[in-house]
Write a protein that binds this ligand. Structure first.
Ligand code: SIN
Length: 278
């Protein structure tokens, strides 16, 4: 069967059919790379994808980063377990974010494999930040290009953060290190050369040289713009579905609408580079 591309929405995401990820030819790898760069997130359904296949596919992209906070698969620390049991209330990633934007060299991307999914619910939303940036006014774009922003893992994973006092706290690693980093607000995408809006609601604290209070009105304006339906897509998981997203050019949000049902996903995060201003 030959590979074919099926956009999930005009603004973000593409499903790739006719490719077996565990037996990937170099030409299909080229097609996958191009689709990933163009659409920000790729989806491949019905994959027979062992943990060894997951590791081997990830290594074709670069080095693997071990997440400081998520639980890991026994004997395979490279694979983080994104899990919510039927009796838990809080999920991992239940708000718009870009993985690891709080690291000095943020992750290139993440590869998520659906191992056990609710009968209904637990979809993931994605949003494309190059397309969101392109549609801002020229005046706002010019101002944003001169700014940098502080990102931190503290407001999610730190004391008093989003997960503190929730039933997710016991699932997360107790000794995970917290991290802060400053990045340009508009980055030049390392592979595509496109300008990308690089702030996100979960991890961006404030603009450099501004207070949080001063930063929030502009950040909230950008967040409302970036999550308009025309830049987003919603992905319905099925067992064996593999998604890979670009953490530089997209955000994602794992919906938490399936209380009473179990969901287990396996994630590998790929190392990225320092990000340059546009
Ligand atoms: C995440 O990596 O943020 C979780 C995504 C998901 O579970 O859908």
């Amino acid at each position: 069967m030959s590979a074919s591309l099926h956009p999930v929405s005009p603004g973000c995401g593409v499903e790739i059919r006719g490719v077996e990820l565990a037996r990937l030819s170099n030409s299909d790898m080229g097609l996958i790379r191009d689709a990933f760069h163009e659409h920000g997130v790729i989806f491949l359904r019905d994959q027979n994808f062992s943990r060894e296949d997951h590791l081997a596919f990830a290594r074709r992209w670069g080095e693997i980063v071990i997440n400081e906070h998520f639980p890991e698969l026994a004997d395979t620390p490279e694979i983080a377990v994104v899990i919510k049991e039927a009796d838990q209330k809080t999920n991992i990633g239940g708000g718009w974010h870009a993985d690891h934007s709080y690291d000095p060299a943020p992750a290139l991307g993440s590869i998520l494999v659906a191992r056990y999914v609710p009968e209904c619910g637990g979809d993931t939303m994605f949003a494309h930040m190059a397309r969101a940036f392109d549609t801002l006014s020229d005046g706002l774009k010019a101002n944003l290009r001169s700014l940098r922003a502080l990102h931190s893992s503290r407001q999610i994973y730190g004391p008093g953060g989003a997960y503190d006092g929730t039933d997710l706290k016991q699932v997360l690693k107790a000794d995970g290190a917290l991290s802060d980093a400053v990045h340009p607000v508009v980055i030049r995408h390392p592979e595509t050369g496109r300008e990308v809006l690089y702030v996100n609601p979960a991890h961006t604290i404030r603009f450099e040289g501004w207070t949080r209070e001063e930063s929030l009105p502009l950040l909230n304006h950008l967040y409302a713009h970036a999550t308009k339906p025309e830049f987003t897509c919603r992905h319905r998981w099925t067992p064996g579905c593999v998604a890979m997203w670009d953490n530089r050019s997209t955000w994602h949000h794992a919906l938490n609408d399936y209380h009473g049902q179990r969901r287990e996903m396996h994630r590998i995060t790929i190392a990225g580079t320092m990000l340059d201003a546009a």
